[in-house]
Design a protein around this ligand. Structure first.
Ligand code: ZN
Length: 314
């Protein structure tokens, strides 16, 4: 099942204008009707009243016109239409997003360090993994950093504060998965997305979003984030499908593009709404052709960013 089958996306609804005629069209019809029936003098008087009342200088509220105006404008005092607009203070104001570029290109050279066991609450797990590569050697870690940097630019352009868990070449390996989770927690992130690409056998195609299962153990307690994380994941899934044209994975998730897992430290240790996205399968030639395309990666970043913005109500 494609995400096209899901309920209409709010962003689509928001872009569609109200399906009614503008107020001036209806008033013009009224004026013509009155003018045709009334004596010339009366028609002239009516015309004057209607036009005066409907003119751009009118101070009385025009409900139909107001419905087309931004809320800030209609809320402003009618007596001071020239007053400067207050700074935009929308749902994205003061919000923080953490983007976690999966793996690190240096992990291949630091296998001892990344194999160290860390506590993910429910059990111990390797600090980090190397990630996969395409058959031609393009690393998942290169892909995840590139998409994350692109997503950051898009989100910052919306006014959001964006934190990456690591920057390209700013560290030799890692961070470990517990530290990746901690960065989102300490930032009190309103949304966290860990960016990945899968490495399974050819023929398996498409993207999927990994949602946190409800787990409790040690430092792990995901009950508060299961609900919001699902909403975040659903937003990203629908937007990612739209911007990239990709289909939800054909090898798991029953075509929904959504999978729940209880074994990922980055999710188990998160106290903030968080999902992973596996953008495609690096080991499938058709998916790899997309994953290695800068143009496609920009579309991927756009889908992730749009999903986050939608989740935050922007
Ligand atoms: Zn990965």
């Amino acid at each position: 099942m494609r995400n096209d089958d899901s309920p209409p996306r709010p962003e689509a609804a928001a872009s569609a204008g109200p399906d009614h005629r503008p107020w001036f069209t209806r008033r013009s019809t009224l004026v013509i009707a009155v003018a045709a029936l009334a004596p010339t003098a009366l028609a002239g008087w009516v015309l004057t009243q209607v036009l005066t009342g409907a003119g751009p200088d009118a101070r009385d509220a025009k409900p139909a016109a107001a419905s087309n105006a931004a809320p800030a404008t209609s809320a402003a005092s009618p007596a001071s239409p020239a007053a400067p607009a207050a700074p935009a203070k929308g749902p994205l104001t003061g919000r923080t997003v953490v983007i976690d570029p999966g793996h690190n290109t240096g992990n291949f050279d630091h296998t001892d360090e990344i194999e160290r066991q860390v506590d993910i609450g429910t059990n111990l797990k390797e600090c980090d993994t190397t990630g996969t590569t395409t058959n031609s050697g393009y690393m998942e870690a290169e892909f995840t950093m590139d998409v994350s940097v692109r997503a950051r630019a898009l989100l910052e352009a919306k006014g959001l504060k964006v934190v990456l868990t690591h920057e390209a070449a700013d560290r030799a390996w890692g961070p470990c998965i517990d530290e990746r989770a901690r960065i989102g927690n300490e930032a009190k992130a309103d949304a966290v997305v860990s960016v990945h690409a899968d490495g399974v056998s050819a023929g398996n195609r498409g993207f999927h979003i990994i949602l946190p299962a409800e787990v409790k153990g040690g430092a792990a307690d995901t009950a508060p984030i299961v609900g919001p994380s699902r909403r975040l994941g659903e937003r990203i899934a629908s937007n990612f499908a739209r911007t990239t044209g990709s289909s939800p994975a054909n090898y798991l998730g029953s075509g929904t593009g959504l999978v729940i897992r209880d074994d990922l430290g980055g999710l188990n240790l998160s106290t903030q709404p968080k999902v992973f996205i596996e953008c495609g399968n690096m080991r499938d030639a058709k998916d790899a052709a997309q994953l290695t395309s800068p143009e496609w990666r920009q579309k991927a970043a756009q889908g992730i960013a749009d999903g986050i913005v939608g989740f935050l109500g922007g």
